[in-house]
Design a binder for this molecule. Structure first.
Ligand SMILES: CC(C)(COP(=O)(O)OP(=O)(O)OC[C@H]1O[C@@H](n2cnc3c(N)ncnc32)[C@H](O)[C@@H]1OP(=O)(O)O)[C@@H](O)C(=O)NCCC(=O)NCCS
Length: 216
């Protein structure tokens, strides 16, 4: 049985509500919440990566303004994510390389109580692909989840034919748990997903080696 304290909101989940800037660091990347002034950079990258990303994402609603073209919608997206961070439901971050916006990595669907878990989602600008930046980003947010938010388990779910994303898991040695059939509706289709799991026990066992390789 886990201790009662592990069922409470961890203090680090309140950092963002204080307005203090949250910055997480890998060897080559900085990870931070997106803010209104990131609109131009985010919009440029999203436009240029339309085809690269749309096949791995849910279809966008035709009834909602597109944050890639509409500044107010982008601001609202930032505000909604700030609120989610403050209430501990999810933790969304931009990835920055040499000061430039390069993609996103999120801890979504945070469940507390007996579960203490979150789901990691990510994408990177195709112009930055192939340099293992996402392995670094996954470790940066996993460390934050385990050591600051007090979560017990991270999950990453990937369509089996998304070879590039499966490679991120392979490079990090994250454990494959099995196939969830018709798990998420991606680009209009209920797609099977391979589930990968990473628990705090595994992090503790491997953190020295993983940190030396990707974070320090
Ligand atoms: C999945 C993704 C985040 C991987 O990020 P990354 O930082 O490029 O990861 P890696 O550098 O480890 O590359 C993984 C594999 O992608 C392939 N790859 C590399 N550069 C590529 C490029 N320019 N174009 C296409 N594929 C490329 C390679 O096979 C590479 O494996 P390798 O290093 O063994 O050769 C990225 O491919 C992406 O954003 N894809 C679109 C969105 C997506 O799939 N999100 C995840 C949904 S689960």
């Amino acid at each position: 049985m886990s201790s009662p304290s592990s069922h409470q909101l961890h203090p680090a989940s309140v950092i963002a509500s204080s307005g203090a800037p949250l910055r997480l660091y890998g060897k080559r990347i900085v990870v931070r919440p997106l803010v209104a002034t990131d609109f131009e950079a985010w919009s440029e990258v999203r436009h240029r990566n339309g085809e690269w990303l749309s096949k791995w994402e849910p279809i966008k609603s035709a009834y909602l303004p597109d944050p890639a073209t509409n500044r107010d919608a982008f601001n609202n997206r930032c505000t909604a994510r700030d609120r989610e961070r403050q209430t501990g439901g999810s933790y969304a971050f931009g990835i920055f390389i040499e000061g430039s916006f390069a993609g996103e990595v999120n801890i979504n669907n945070v469940v507390r109580s007996a579960m203490q878990c979150g789901t990691i989602g990510y994408w990177i600008d195709v112009a930055r692909a192939g340099k293992s930046y996402m392995s670094e980003a996954v470790l940066v947010v996993s460390k934050y989840a385990f050591e600051d938010l007090g979560l017990h388990r991270m999950e990453i779910c990937i369509i089996p034919r998304n070879y590039n994303s499966c490679r991120v898991m392979e490079k990090l040695g994250i454990r494959q748990e099995g196939l969830a059939e018709r798990f998420l509706e991606i680009n209009g289709v209920w797609e099977d997903h391979v589930r990968y799991g990473f628990t705090v026990e595994e992090w503790r066992q491997r953190s020295e080696q993983l940190s030396a390789e990707w974070l320090q």
